[in-house]
Design a protein around this ligand. Structure first.
Ligand SMILES: [Mg+2]
Length: 258
């Protein structure tokens, strides 16, 4: 099956958004609001299992009976402030892109593939980030942004992937998803999309059963990605030809094939 589209997750996949972005913005929001708690890295690692910032705050409060209950409208207000602070952080260029992402997207668009985004983060956050990677002309590179505010059910529900497939007008077997986390993998797989996992410090210990490939990144010529793929263990620059090859091997029963 010909590869026609790439669909990217944003947080942790396109850019290292967590430590210096989202986590910082959550804690800054809690501080501003005079709340008696902050999230450390370990707490946040666990909370990353809950998709969507508002749900993450709610989950944290529910798990901590020692803390006062927060009104749902107050949680929404906190989350809006957190989103603003994050966007400001992105505009300041403080969120680093992951190696190989811009290269792969430019290559894909250059050979006529479509590129979509399927994320649980807010569309406003995504647009700010895309400007730092591609400039104001980012819509020339990204065909559609399917964001957290577009769907009712967040990952691991496949709704955002179904939306991306629809908007890109491709079938699941014509697309490859790029994700960094298990909930992202579950969402993409539930939509029947072959998925490349690029792990990071937050997600490297998660279970990626069912992924087409699991690597430590997309790689660049001077810093190859390392990991498991339908070709076996590889050190590689992940490009469109390789994704096409993996897709073909997966369909014919490659090692990580479904
Ligand atoms: Mg992610």
């Amino acid at each position: 099956m010909a590869l026609k589209a790439l669909i990217f997750d944003v947080d942790g996949t396109m850019a290292d958004t967590e430590l210096r972005g989202h986590l910082w913005a959550f804690n800054e929001t809690f501080k501003e609001a005079g709340l008696p708690f902050r999230w450390d890295v370990e707490t946040y690692r666990v909370l990353l299992g809950v998709a969507g910032g508002e749900r993450r705050i709610k989950h944290f409060i529910e798990e901590r009976p020692d803390l006062p209950d927060l009104d749902p409208s107050f949680i929404s207000q906190l989350h809006r402030r957190k989103t603003d602070l994050f966007a400001e952080r992105v505009r300041q260029g403080k969120i680093p892109w992951r190696a190989g992402v811009v290269r792969l997207i430019r290559e894909a668009v250059g050979i006529g593939l479509k590129v979509g985004i399927a994320t649980t983060t807010q569309a406003a956050n995504v647009r700010e980030l895309l400007v730092t990677g591609f400039g104001q002309g980012w819509p020339n590179w990204i065909d559609t942004v399917c964001a957290g505010d577009d769907v009712a059910a967040k990952k691991p529900d496949p709704e955002v992937y179904y939306m991306a497939l629809r908007r890109l007008a491709v079938n699941p077997d014509e697309a490859v998803a790029v994700e960094d986390s298990q909930i992202g993998l579950l969402a993409a797989r539930a939509a029947d999309i072959s998925t490349v996992i690029t792990t990071n410090d937050w997600t490297v210990q998660q279970d990626f059963q069912g992924a087409m490939a699991v690597l430590n990144g997309l790689g660049e010529p001077r810093s190859l990605a390392v990991g498991d793929s339908p070709e076996g263990r590889v050190q590689a620059v992940v490009d469109c030809a390789r994704l096409q090859k993996w897709l073909a091997l997966t369909k014919t029963g490659g090692i990580r094939g479904q």
